[in-house]
Design a protein around this ligand. Structure first.
Ligand code: UDX
Length: 459
């Protein structure tokens, strides 16, 4: 099939490459010429493990190309809208990019053959109808006759996007149009059926978990849109719950890792998303919880549980700052090394990261901050120009003159830090590990005081 994907961001570039690997002919459309050039020269426009190699292989096979023009919409059987939907100050999603993509599709759409338009971006309930009416207006075509709009939310996680896109748990398709349903089943058939990728084994990752049969779930447009928000908010609530439990574990002297492991053994609950942290963050959870809350308030039925998770999450950031302050008595004149600026490992994404809130909390209390991240320093610096941070070229360097090292993101490379050398550089040998990631290390032997979250301190 011929596929167009509008938007070469985290979702669009991964989705486009995966459909190309399924044997479809894909054109990614983006107004940013640099992203277009990167894809056409076989490189990923974003940092995502494995994506460079996959894009390169697909471009070489002539299954994937990119353009800053909308011409390819004319030939497309299916056109995906995968543009950004950032939050406005009031929490509602800004649909400006979705609207302009819909208008461009309306101008370029083929009047003589049926096209399915798919909302892949996370968009508020009712957006499929909005996209349909804009396309009708621009093209003069009637929705349901020569085109249909479907909602197909994306559930991939940054950092594991290839695994998620090639081995999905579920595909959710929202459309009442029978022809669109048929075409989308055909489009997804290779991704659902091909659980091994023989000829592409060098560019498609092996699954890291035993695979269950993926579920292909069809519903109406609005329900599909709602599923995405409710899923993300549910995960955010789950993390906030365990983070609050972690604080109680500290007070009671119990171990939150064991508590989470024991609780997660109940198949009704599940072990995932019970990993303690300094709070959830990133480009999805904060934005999606804000949109869901604003919709719920608009209809007079506020999702108070989600609001509680948002408040609890903010207090989790503060709790980490307070833990450091409590240990050091005061932060005035103290230097804190921060490991990890991205909202989680294996991404360069520093949008809405917990590191902004925590670093600004440390600075407000008088500390100075040295920070390192393997991929996210450039984006963090661009997005937080007002935060006075000394950026370090290695994790070890954050220890220079430090009164504490605070681990925020559990990058693999931080498991290999040379703590003996770091100890020598530190003024106060203290580590707060907000992911309990390094808890097994021989801290006592190294002469470093180690604290995690929800577990006792090692002195
Ligand atoms: C999320 C959803 O998981 C994905 O399905 C959706 O498509 C987009 O939003 P993503 O934002 O990439 O994906 O990251 P995710 O792995 O879900 O983590 C979100 C935040 O929660 C991160 O800050 C992460 O560190 C934190 N987290 C996650 C925890 O603190 N504890 C956990 O147990 C899991």
């Amino acid at each position: 099939m011929k596929v167009a994907v509008i938007g070469a961001g985290y979702v669009g570039s991964v989705t486009g490459a995966a459909f190309a690997a399924s044997g479809h002919h894909v054109t990614v459309i983006d107004s940013d010429k640099r992203k277009v050039d990167r894809i056409n020269s076989g490189r990923s426009p974003i940092y995502e493990p494995g994506l460079d190699a996959l894009i390169d292989a697909m471009v070489r096979r002539r299954l994937l190309s990119a353009s800053d023009r909308y011409d390819s919409i004319r030939d497309a059987d299916v056109a995906f809208i995968a543009v950004g939907t950032p939050s406005r100050p009031d929490g509602t999603a800004d649909l400006a990019y979705v609207r302009s993509a819909a208008d461009a599709i309306g101008d370029a759409i083929n009047r003589d053959r049926f096209t399915v338009i798919v909302d892949k971006s996370t968009v508020p309930v009712g957006t499929a109808a909005l996209v349909a009416s804009r396309i009708e207006e621009r093209s003069g075509l009637k929705h349901g006759e020569m085109f249909a709009v479907a909602s197909n939310p994306e559930f991939l996680r940054e950092g594991y996007a290839l695994e998620d896109v090639f081995y999905p748990d579920r595909i959710v398709i929202g459309t009442g149009n029978a022809k669109a349903r048929r075409m989308l089943r055909k489009l997804y058939a290779p991704l659902l059926g091909r659980r091994t990728y023989g000829a592409l084994a060098d560019v498609v990752p092996q699954p890291s978990r035993p695979l269950a049969e993926p579920v292909y779930f069809e519903t109406d447009e609005k329900s599909a849109e709602m599923i995405k928000y409710v899923s993300n908010a549910f995960l955010a609530v789950k993390i906030s719950y365990i983070n609050e439990v972690a604080k109680l574990c500290e007070a009671l002297g119990t171990d939150v890792n064991d508590v989470a492991a024991g609780v997660g053994l109940d198949s009704r609950i599940g072990a995932k998303f019970l990993q303690v942290s300094s709070g959830w963050s990133g480009s999805c959870f904060p934005k999606d919880t804000a949109e869901l809350l604003s919709a719920s308030r608009k209809y007079g039925n506020e999702l108070t549980i989600v609001q509680a998770a948002v408040d609890s999450n903010r207090s989790m950031h503060d709790y980490c700052v307070e833990k450091v302050r409590r240990r050091l008595k005061t932060l005035i004149g103290k230097r804190i090394g921060v490991l990890g600026l991205t909202f989680k490992p294996n991404t360069d994404d520093a949008r809405q990261t917990q590191a902004s809130a925590i670093i600004s909390g440390l600075l407000d209390l008088g500390a100075s901050v040295s920070a390192h991240d393997p991929q996210g320093m450039a984006m963090f610096q661009t997005l937080n120009p007002d935060l006075e941070v000394r950026y370090c070229s290695s994790g070890e360097e954050t220890a220079e003159g430090a009164d504490g090292v605070l681990l925020l993101t559990h990058w693999d490379e931080y498991a290999r830090l040379d703590w003996v050398a770091m100890r020598r550089r530190m003024r106060t040998p203290y580590v707060l590990d907000t992911r309990n990631f390094l808890r097994k290390a021989p801290w006592k032997k190294r002469g470093i005081e180690y604290e995690g979250i929800g577990i006792g301190a090692v002195r």
